[in-house]
Design a protein around this ligand. Structure first.
Ligand code: CAA
Length: 239
C-alpha cells in the first residue's frame, strides 16, 4: 500500500537514495534537509519536496514536521537518517565535536519520532526506520562521539519497538558499513584503504544497497520485523 514517508537528511548521500527508492516503491515521499541549495536541486531532479528543518533542535523539528503534516497529511513511514561526523581521537575531541554528533545523530531520533508517534498510534500503523552504523556496533578509532550516538540508536529502537508493537508500529535499525558517500570520502585515503581491506566484499557499499533495506522494512508486510538490527556492511561485522 502506498504510504507517506519522511526521510531526514533525505536530499543527499544515503538519504537521497532512500527517498528515491521509497518513491520508486510507490510511496509518497517528503525529505528533510538543512541545505537549501541541496534541497532545491534534489526536488528539481526527483520531484520529491524538501523541507529545511534542523532535526537536532526539538522546537524547530516540531514546527517543521507540523508544516509537513499540514501540507501532506500524517506521516506513516519515518526514516531517521540525518547524521554527521566530527572525527577525532578522544584525547583531541572538543565538547563541540561531542555535542554536535550527539545532537544530530541521537537527539534527532527523539526530536523527529516524537512528532509522528501519536498519529501512528491513532492510525494503527507506523514504520520507524533508524540509521545506526557498523561503528555503533563495534566502535571505531576516532569516533567515540559517533559510535556512542549510533549505539544509542539501537537502544532507542528496541524500546520503541516494544511500545509500538500492539499499535501496528515497528521500529528497526539499519547498520550500514562503509558506503560510497561524501561522508566516507572525507576519510584520508591511506586510512580508508586500510578500512576497505577489512571488508570481505572488497569494496565500499553503494547507497542503493542501504535504500533496498529501507524499502523492505517500510512495507506493510514487514509487520513482524520489529526491534531488529540489520547489518548491511559487506561482511565487515557479522553478528
Ligand atoms: N587503531 C589503532 N591505532 C590507530 C588507528 C586504529 N584504527 N587509526 C590510527 N591509529 C594510530 C595511527 O597509527 C597513529 O599512530 P602514531 O601516532 O603512533 O603514528 C595515531 O593513531 C594517529 O593518531 P592521531 O591522534 O594523530 O590521529 P589524527 O588526529 O591524525 O586522526 C582520525 C584521527 C581523523 C580520527 C583518523 O584516525 C581517521 O580518520 N580515522 C577513521 C575514522 C573513521 O573511520 N570514520 C568513519 C567516517 S564514515 C562514517 O562514520 C560512516 C559510517 O557509519 C561507517
Amino acid at each position: 500500500m502506498a504510504r507517506l514517508a519522511l526521510v531526514t537528511g533525505g536530499a543527499r548521500g544515503l538519504g537521497a537514495a532512500m527517498s528515491v527508492a521509497l518513491k520508486d516503491a510507490g510511496h509518497r515521499v517528503v525529505a528533510i534537509d538543512v541545505n537549501e541549495q541541496t534541497g532545491k536541486e534534489f526536488t528539481e531532479k526527483t520531484g520529491i519536496p524538501v523541507y529545511l528543518v534542523d532535526v537536532s533542535d526539538f522546537a524547530a523539528t516540531k514546527e517543521g514536521i507540523a508544516k509537513i503534516v499540514a501540507d501532506h497529511g500524517p506521516i506513516e513511514i519515518v526514516v531517521n537518517n540525518a547524521g554527521i561526523t566530527r572525527d577525532a581521537p578522544l584525547h583531541k575531541m572538543s565538547a563541540e565535536q561531542w555535542e554536535a554528533v550527539i545532537k544530530v545523530n541521537l537527539n534527532s531520533m527523539f526530536n523527529v519520532t516524537r512528532q509522528v508517534i501519536e498519529s501512528m498510534r491513532e492510525k494503527g500503523f507506523g514504520r520507524i526506520i533508524c540509521i545506526s552504523s557498523v561503528n555503533g556496533q563495534v566502535g571505531q578509532f576516532g569516533q567515540a562521539n559517533y559510535s556512542a550516538a549510533k549505539a544509542g540508536v539501537l537502544g532507542f529502537i528496541r524500546a520503541v519497538a516494544q511500545e509500538g508493537a500492539a499499535k501496528g508500529i515497528t521500529a528497526n535499525a539499519i547498520c550500514p558499513g562503509y558506503i560510497n558517500t561524501e561522508m566516507v570520502a572525507k576519510i584520508a585515503p591511506d586510512i580508508l584503504s586500510k578500512i576497505v581491506a577489512k571488508i570481505p566484499t572488497g569494496r565500499l557499499g553503494e547507497p542503493k544497497e542501504i535504500a533496498r533495506t529501507v524499502v523492505f522494512l517500510a512495507a506493510d508486510e514487514a509487520q513482524f520485523i520489529n526491534g531488529a538490527t540489520f547489518s548491511v556492511n559487506g561482511g565487515q561485522f557479522t553478528i
